[in-house]
Design a protein around this ligand. Structure first.
Ligand code: 3EB
Length: 324
C-alpha cells in the first residue's frame, strides 16, 4: 500500500507563503527580533542570518481546531496537535519551566494527543549563571521535576528536543503531540542525555536524540538539535567546520537507528529535506555552508538562526525532520 500523503508540511520563506487551495495554515513560527504568542502565530527571538524574519509555516489538508488553554495556543489537525506559548519567568526559570511542562502534559492529555513527539525551548541568557547552576541547568531541573511528577510522563518515551538561547525576554515553548506514541531513537556515538556525568549538571537532561513516528500511514523522523558531541564531550572546540562535520555524523547515526525502528524507512543523511542551523557566531556561516555543500551538494535548503547554545564551547547545532 503506498503511503498516504503526510498530515502536514512545513514551508520556510522570508515572507508568508502562498498556500495550496487544499491546505490551511496550522500555525506560523516567525523567527525574528521578539518573542510573542498570538492566535495562529508564534514569534521567536531567534534572528535569521541575512534577513529580518524567517517564516516557518505549518500547513495541513485536515480541518483545524484551535483553542487556548493554560497559557498555550493550540491547533489540532488530524491525530496531531501543535501548541505554543511565551511564558514569564515567574518564580525563576526553574519554577517557571516546571509549571509550563506540567501544563504542557495536562494540555496534551486534555486534547487527546498525549504523546509528545517534538519540543522546542528558547529562552535568553542560556549560558548565564542563575544562582548555584547556570540557566540551562535550571531549565533542565524544572523540566525533569515536571516529568517525574507526572505518572504517565514517567513511563513515556522522551521526545526529540531543541533547546537554545533566544535574544529577548520570555520562555518560548512549542511542541507537537500525537494520539499515538513515537519510538525514541538513540545514538550509539553519544552518551544518552540522562546518563551525562554530573559535571554537566546535577541530573542528565530529559530528551532523546530523535523520534520515529508513523503518521497516517507515512513515516516521519524528528532529529533533535544535534551538536558536535561524542560520548558526552564537545569535539573540535573553536572549529565550526569540524563541529558541523561531527554533528552530521551524529545525524547519520540517528537516522540509521530510525531505519531499524520504522519498517520500510529510507531516511538517511542524503535524503533529509533541510537543515535548520542554530549558529553562535554569524561569522562562521560560510564555513558551515561549505561543509553542507560538501556533504549534501548544492541544493539543500538551509536556515541559519543566530542563537546562543547550552555549552559555551558549542558553535552550532542542527536539526531536521525526514518524511516518507
Ligand atoms: C547535547 O547534545 C546538546 O536539553 O533539551 C540538544 C538537544 C541539547 C536538546 C535539551 C540539549 C537539549 O547535549 C544540547
Amino acid at each position: 500500500m503506498p503511503p498516504e500523503s503526510p498530515l502536514y508540511r512545513i514551508t520556510y520563506s522570508q515572507a508568508p507563503p502562498p498556500l495550496k487551495n487544499s491546505e490551511q495554515t496550522v500555525a506560523r513560527i516567525v523567527y525574528g527580533a521578539h518573542s510573542r504568542a498570538e492566535t495562529s502565530q508564534l514569534h521567536v527571538a531567534l534572528p535569521p542570518l541575512g534577513a529580518s524574519t524567517l517564516h516557518e509555516t505549518w500547513s495541513s489538508t485536515q480541518p483545524i481546531e484551535r483553542g487556548k488553554d493554560r497559557g498555550f495556543e493550540y491547533a489540532i489537525f488530524g491525530s496531531l496537535m501543535l501548541a505554543y506559548g511565551v511564558f514569564e519567568e515567574t518564580g525563576g526559570l526553574q519554577e517557571a519551566t516546571r509549571a509550563v511542562y506540567r501544563d504542557m502534559l495536562h494540555l496534551a492529555r486534555a486534547q487527546g494527543r498525549p504523546s509528545i513527539l517534538r519540543i522546542w525551548n528558547h529562552f535568553p541568557g542560556i549560558c548565564e549563571s542563575g544562582g548555584a547552576q547556570n540557566r540551562y541547568q535550571e531549565f533542565c531541573e524544572g523540566r525533569r521535576q515536571a516529568l517525574l511528577a507526572d505518572e504517565q510522563a514517567r513511563g513515556a518515551p522522551l521526545p526529540a528536543v531543541t533547546t537554545t538561547g533566544s535574544q529577548a525576554d520570555g520562555l518560548v515553548v512549542y511542541f507537537l503531540s500525537s494520539q499515538d506514541a513515537g519510538a525514541a531513537l538513540h545514538n550509539p556515538r553519544q552518551t544518552a542525555p540522562s546518563n551525562y556525568p554530573p559535571h554537566l549538571g546535577p541530573h542528565g537532561p530529559s530528551f532523546c536524540r530523535g523520534v520515529a513516528h508513523e503518521e497516517a500511514g507515512a513515516g516521519r523522523v524528528y532529529l533533535s538539535g544535534t551538536a558536535s558531541i561524542v560520548g558526552h564531550e564537545t569535539q573540535h572546540v573553536g572549529d565550526a567546520a569540524e563541529q558541523a562535520r561531527e554533528l552530521l555524523r551524529n545525524h547519520a547515526a540517528v537516522l540509521e537507528q530510525a531505519r531499524a525502528a520504522l519498517p520500510g524507512c529510507s531516511a538517511q543523511l542524503g535524503t533529509l529535506p533541510f537543515e535548520k542551523i542554530y549558529l553562535m557566531r554569524p561569522e562562521d556561516q560560510e564555513a558551515v555552508q561549505s561543509v553542507l555543500r560538501e556533504i549534501f551538494g548544492e541544493a539543500l535548503p538551509q536556515y541559519f538562526l543566530h542563537s546562543a547554545l547550552c555549552r559555551e564551547d558549542l558553535l552550532l547545532e542542527m536539526e531536521s525532520a525526514w518524511s516518507a
